[in-house]
Design a protein around this ligand. Structure first.
Ligand code: NI
Length: 135
C-alpha cells in the first residue's frame, strides 16, 4: 500500500460545501479529515450492499408499533433464532404506541443482513437503520 497522501480535487455545489464547512468547523475537523471519514463510511455502506462475506459488528435500530398483534412475539422469535449473532438488545418504550429496539450484532455480514431483512419485513415495523463496521 502506498504511503503518504494523495491530493485530488472534487467539484461540489457551493451550498453543499458551505453546509459541510459549517458542520466540520463545529466538530473541529479539517476538510481532509472529514472527507477521509466520509469515504470510509461510504465504503462501509457500499461493502454492505455488495460484499456478503466477512465479519462485521453493527447495530440494527428499529421503531415499531407495539399494538400490532403478534409483532413483539415475532420480533422476539427472530432474535432467538439469531442468538449467536446478537450480542445485546435494548428495548425502549417511546410513547403509548411506539417502541424502539436496538440489536447489537457481531458475525458474518450475510447473517446480519438476513436478520435485518427478517426484522424489516415484519408488519408494524416502521423504520429501520443498519449500521455496520468492518474489522
Ligand atoms: Ni415497548
Amino acid at each position: 500500500m502506498a504511503s503518504g497522501v494523495t491530493r485530488f480535487s472534487v467539484s461540489v455545489p457551493p451550498t453543499l460545501l458551505k453546509e459541510f464547512d459549517d458542520v466540520i468547523k463545529i466538530i473541529g475537523y479539517d476538510r481532509s479529515k472529514a472527507i477521509q471519514q466520509a469515504m470510509r463510511n461510504f465504503l462501509n455502506e457500499y461493502k454492505w450492499k455488495y460484499d456478503e462475506k466477512g465479519l462485521a459488528v453493527g447495530a440494527i435500530v428499529l421503531i415499531y408499533d407495539h399494538e400490532v398483534r403478534g409483532l413483539e412475539e415475532g420480533l422476539t422469535d427472530i432474535q432467538h433464532h439469531y442468538k449467536d449473532l446478537i450480542q445485546s438488545s435494548i428495548h425502549i418504550h417511546l410513547d403509548e404506541k411506539n417502541c424502539l429496539l436496538q440489536v447489537v450484532v457481531k458475525g458474518e455480514v450475510l447473517n446480519i443482513q438476513r436478520l435485518a431483512k427478517e426484522l424489516m419485513n415484519k408488519r408494524g415495523v416502521k423504520q429501520i437503520k443498519l449500521v455496520t463496521l468492518s474489522y
